[in-house]
Design a binder for this molecule. Structure first.
Ligand code: PLP
Ligand code: ZN
Length: 416
């Protein structure tokens, strides 16, 4: 079945003006961002828990609520990642009903595969032949991979100081990889210019951003489905541009609108940032409703957006839901990565350390309550930021290949 018809068009988030569902992303009247508008009545008539369950084991099981057709999707299998109960981590943090959404196992190791699959599927429908983006790392990786899969050319732009594994895992796909001497916000400005210079290129997070953003809703859809069509009490979501957090909130609301949830969801949403780049946490703390841009520093490079496009919307969702936004230091990020690995067997990148660090902080301060059902989003794989923990993680001991040496070095005889 063709799913395109459920999209009615685009609408300005600020002034409400309508636009056709084309490669447009800002309102020409007020410069507000454009959002996809759906025919929810028609979706409600088409979708059911059964139809979802019978769908593919990817984000495309939710095609009715996505802005592109699943037929011929640019698909590496993103989504339907494990939702794991985390009793051991929960015990450390004083939380009795903690769950982890493990997006480290997506095709290119981050949640970005969700948004890129949607963006490039729509881009191809719109006739684009070249995939492009401004990236803090994971997006470049995912765009290059999905473009290779689709037989599209790719041009991805990254800050030149990116972690080496993210450079290698992007370059291997054979597209054009441009390292820019500047931070992400400067790369993004360059790409905004490029997008008007090269209108036949689909910049997934610039000129097709409205479609891209919709991919993040699948995190909310899957979590509720995996909890038996119930929403959690509280989710903790990392914030870079703020798009993921904003769309997760939208996703929960849409599920109710189309009849997948019995009750109107009341999910508290909290945001996680690194202190090296915490403009949304700073606004939350000061009570401001605008975001003051910062110059990013620190090890959480995938979240290093100093001027977050959806920061104010994310802040608004957090406040309306009764959540909080908090930030953690680089040391706390490393502690978070190691705590998660040690207690639950998941190796996350620095963004995951941010989420776990902030979860720990919010649990300690009582914002996250001991008996709430909490889901923390672990959005990227630790193999991409090895250096963050490399200094602390090596062999316990090095021995000669002899039993006596082993036994002398390691007092493990009591580990029966
Ligand atoms: C991009 C990214 C995010 C958050 O992205 P938003 O821009 O806020 O949507 C979170 N985690 C990882 C690992 C990312 O790469
Ligand atoms: Zn407008």
């Amino acid at each position: 079945m063709k799913k395109g018809p459920f999209v009615q068009g685009l609408r300005c988030r600020e002034c409400g003006r309508g636009y056709p569902a084309e490669a447009l992303h800002v309102c020409e009247w007020c410069f507000g961002p454009l959002e996809v508008v759906y025919d929810y009545e028609a979706i409600a008539a088409s979708i059911s828990r059964q139809s979802v369950a019978a769908g593919p084991k990817t984000i495309w099981r939710y095609a009715d609520l996505l802005p592109a057709s699943p037929d011929g999707a640019v698909d590496l299998g993103a989504g339907l990642t494990p939702l794991l109960r985390a009793d051991r981590l929960g015990a450390e943090l004083g939380l009795s009903d903690l769950w982890l959404k493990n997006d480290t196992v997506n095709p290119t190791g981050s949640f970005k595969d969700r948004v890129v699959s949607v963006a490039l599927t729509r881009a191809r429908e719109l006739g684009f032949k070249v995939a492009a983006c401004a990236s803090t790392g994971n997006l470049a990786n995912s765009v290059a991979a999905h473009a290779a899969r689709a037989g599209m050319r790719s041009v991805v732009c990254i800050p030149a100081d990116l972690e080496r594994p993210k450079v290698v895992t992007t370059a291997v796909f054979g597209g054009v990889l441009v390292a820019v001497n500047g931070n992400y916000d400067e790369v993004n400005r360059l790409c905004a210019e490029l997008a008007s210079e090269y209108p036949t290129w689909a910049f997934v997070n610039v000129n097709v951003r409205s479609y891209y953003a919709e991919g993040s809703k699948t995190l909310a859809f899957e979590v509720a489905e995996q909890l038996g069509w119930k929403v959690p009490d509280h989710v903790v979501v990392p914030i870079a541009s703020g798009s993921q957090l904003t769309k997760v909130a939208k996703g929960f609301r849409e599920m109710f609108k189309v009849g997948l949830l019995d009750e109107e969801p009341a999910v508290r949403i909290s945001g996680a940032q690194a202190q090296g780049c915490s403009p949304v946490a700073a606004a939350f703390d000061s009570g401001a409703d605008f975001i003051r841009p910062v110059r990013p520093s620190g090890i959480a490079k995938s979240l290093a957006i100093g001027d977050p496009a959806d920061g104010a919307y994310a802040l608004d969702e957090v406040r309306r839901s009764g959540g909080a936004v908090a930030a953690v230091t680089d040391d706390e990020i490393v502690d978070g990565i190691r705590l998660l690995a040690r207690t639950e067997g998941i190796f996350a990148e620095t963004a995951g350390g941010v989420t776990i660090g902030v979860l720990a902080k919010l649990a300690a301060s009582g914002v996250v309550k001991p008996n709430e059902r909490v889901v923390a989003f672990i959005t990227g794989n630790g193999l991409k930021t090895l250096d963050a923990v490399a200094a602390e993680c090596g062999p316990t001991v090095t021995v000669a290949p002899k039993l006596e040496d082993f036994q002398a070095a390691l007092g493990v005889a009591d580990w029966q």
